[in-house]
Design a protein around this ligand. Structure first.
Ligand code: UD1
Length: 426
């Protein structure tokens, strides 16, 4: 079992460069299914989720070359419109192949992704939208088969501004004749990045970044070269890592407006933030003030950063309340933080945190992607040694987090499975 070992207490210092956004890269790579032309996607982070998308695209008949952070996608020979369970179950975002596949081939068969640690995550909003565009579907034996004889542009009002549903419908409607309007659309920056990519391929999308997206369908999309935006959740992770270690770090290659809600909150917690054009400087203070947060869709406080901010609040002065409104199970980092000495009580979908002087290092298990990052941050601040397992989640979404933290002065190491001799312990 791979594990991360951290000896806490080091103040982080130095410069960290943000990688390309996972949540933008995944739909952009998937949307290349909409064209047979060559696409070159740059600034793609080196992550397990990206590898899963590459396997999925290859399975669906694409030819793919990977050269560091560049991925070149061209038409292969064996086009197929079935996404099987062994690929879909690895990553929920696989469901995003539905939109492009129906747009191209008028049919798709996809294994239902099922729930995951952070919640049930149904796809009813995706399906309701597909139906409005003339797609019919049946669910049988865990698979969903979608078919569309003739697709019709339409006005779709989403029940909730789901990121995935907005992306799926956006991709599908680029090739549906007429004007499709997506109302109550998600406004997350990753959707803007996807729409910008599609427009660069010739799509006609307006209202990008607003609640009302208008798509005028065209017959064919071209290929293009596109650079993925920086990862705002990775940026947030390093902002909080400096705050939690009373550090002094500079973050480069970021888009500051993407993190405004976090920056506001972190300032309220007393952390000093200096915003310059090309970087952000975060100077932690000795005693963080407690703040309350409630997760919201963009531009509100992102659910992905909630477990990380919770880690910070465990050592703040006073009591803070963190309320999760997007995913029903995303307070599951609490149990592990309590094992590290945090004082947290759960009340409904809120966590009430009474700050303690210090966390103490111990063995903890990560249950999902963002909780693994939260436990790393807690370990950086804790007294003594923290040992984190369950790293398969971390590998899905953080490029070289151990190396980047080491560069900032953290005492952290990754022990790969098989590294230790039998009977040896670290
Ligand atoms: C994406 C992000 C994830 C982020 C989330 C919210 C990717 C790969 N993942 O996930 O990191 O935390 O946005 O910002 O980009 N829902 C339904 N029915 C649906 C669709 C969603 O009930 O058809 C519910 C979900 O269960 C959840 C909420 O809506 O409770 C938000 O989900 P959604 O915005 O779709 O998130 P994802 O696209 O899955």
């Amino acid at each position: 079992m791979d594990k991360i070992i951290i000896n806490g207490g080091k103040k982080l210092k130095g410069v960290v460069t943000i990688s390309g956004s996972k949540n933008a890269a995944l739909p952009i790579l998937i949307s290349t299914l909409l064209t047979d032309d060559r696409c070159e996607i740059r600034n793609v982070p080196d992550l397990e989720d990206v590898n899963t998308v590459i396997s999925l695209l290859r399975h669906l008949g694409k030819e793919i070359k990977k050269n560091k952070d560049r991925i070149i996608i061209s038409k292969g020979d064996n086009i197929c419109s079935d996404a099987p369970y062994d690929l879909v179950c690895k990553m929920r975002a696989s469901v995003l192949v539905a939109g492009p596949l129906i747009a191209r081939f008028k049919k798709a068969k996809i294994s239902l992704p099922g729930g995951c640690a952070i919640g049930i995550r149904p796809i009813n909003i995706h399906l309701d939208g597909f139906k409005r565009l003339g797609v019919k579907y049946v669910i049988k034996e865990g698979d969903i088969s979608l078919k569309a004889k003739k697709m019709v542009a339409s006005k779709i009002i989403l029940d909730f501004p789901s990121v995935g549903a907005t992306e799926n419908l956006l991709m599908l409607s680029t090739l549906v004749k007429g004007e499709t309007i997506i109302e109550n659309a998600a406004m997350e920056p990753e959707i803007i990045d996807l729409a910008n990519f599609l427009n660069k391929c010739g799509a006609k999308i307006s209202g990008i970044g607003t609640k009302k997206i208008i798509v005028n369908g065209i017959k064919k999309l071209n290929g293009c070269t596109y650079t993925v935006m920086p990862d705002r959740i990775e940026t947030g992770t390093y902002i909080i890592s400096s705050a939690i270690t009373s550090g002094d770090i500079k973050i480069t290659n970021l888009i500051q407006e993407h993190n405004e809600s976090l920056i506001e909150k972190i300032k309220l917690a007393g952390v000093k933030i200096y915003q310059k054009n090309s970087f952000l400087n975060i100077k932690g203070i000795n005693k963080i003030k407690s703040i309350d947060i409630e997760t919201q869709v963009f531009p509100g406080f992102p659910t992905d950063l909630q477990p990380l901010l919770m880690a910070l609040m465990t050592i703040a002065k006073g009591e803070s309340v963190i309320t999760e409104t997007i995913f029903e199970n995303r307070l599951q980092t609490v149990g592990e933080l309590v094992r590290m000495g945090a004082d947290i009580k759960i009340k409904g979908n809120s966590a009430v945190i009474s700050g303690v002087k210090k966390l103490t290092g111990t063995k903890v298990v990560a249950s999902d992607l963002r909780s693994s990052a939260a436990l790393i941050l807690a370990g950086l601040a804790a007294k003594g040694k923290t040992e984190i397992t369950g790293l398969e989640h971390l590998y899905r979404g953080y490029e070289n987090i151990v190396g980047k933290l080491k560069n900032l002065g953290a005492d952290i190491k990754l022990i790969k499975e098989g590294y230790l001799k039998k009977g040896e312990s670290v």
